[in-house]
Design a binder for this molecule. Structure first.
Ligand SMILES: [Zn+2]
Length: 214
């Protein structure tokens, strides 16, 4: 199998060499410190795989600052320890138990393909070609049940983007050590939605339980 691999494409090799020659020297000390002393990020970000979501750029974060987990539609599944593979839950467990992060941010975004697919799935229009995506997007069902159905589809999807983050926050609290860390004020949880085109950022206001402009 490994013999079937091909060399890294030239455009990536040249981009890497350009970074190593021009950018790396400016931060060499920072990287060497990170390598020597290990990571100590203050925050975990759970964001979508979407290539347009640039979590480090919008917060001006440097290497070592954010522990980032990306998945389809930035979802958090409910706490369910069993014999299955749970990539998202494993990342959350490591962030809390080992890194002891102080802030956990669920970073959603507008125009999310995962959320659109989730809307289709729960509107009885699932894509039968998907072998993993439909199961993953079943996490959205409680959010889908909360959206209005007598409004245009685009508005429904916007609502689903917001409700999905609320469900992920609720699911975070189903992890006993997250609930404990929040109650002991060692951890704060934040829900955000980023508008890629406008650069806008909305936050889930805990008082109103609605998304408001930052
Ligand atoms: Zn997305």
């Amino acid at each position: 199998m490994i013999k079937q691999l091909t060399p890294l494409p030239e455009f990536l090799v040249s981009r890497y060499k350009n970074w190593k020659s021009n950018s790396y020297p400016n931060s060499e000390g920072h990287f060497k410190n990170l390598a020597s002393y290990g990571q100590n990020p203050s925050s975990m970000v759970i964001s979508c795989c979407d290539s347009r979501v640039h979590a480090t750029a919008i917060f001006g974060a440097d290497a070592g600052e954010f522990f980032i987990h990306r998945n389809i539609a930035n979802l958090v599944p409910p706490y369910s320890p069993d014999d299955k593979n749970h990539g998202t839950s494993a990342a959350i467990e490591y962030a809390i138990k080992e890194l002891k992060i102080q802030h956990l941010i669920v970073l959603g975004h507008r125009d999310c393909g995962g959320i659109k697919n989730g809307h289709n799935l729960h509107s009885n229009n699932l894509n039968p070609d998907y072998e993993f995506i439909n199961k993953w997007l079943s996490i959205l069902l409680p959010a889908f049940k909360k959206i209005k159905t007598n409004i245009p589809k685009l508005k429904q999807i916007e609502q689903l983007e917001e409700e999905s983050i609320k469900i992920s926050v609720i699911n975070l609290f189903s992890f006993p050590y997250i609930k404990k860390a929040v109650e002991e004020k060692n951890l704060s949880i934040h829900g955000l939605i980023h508008n890629i085109g406008s650069g806008g950022l909305k936050f889930l206001n805990p008082s109103s339980e609605e998304f408001e402009n930052l």
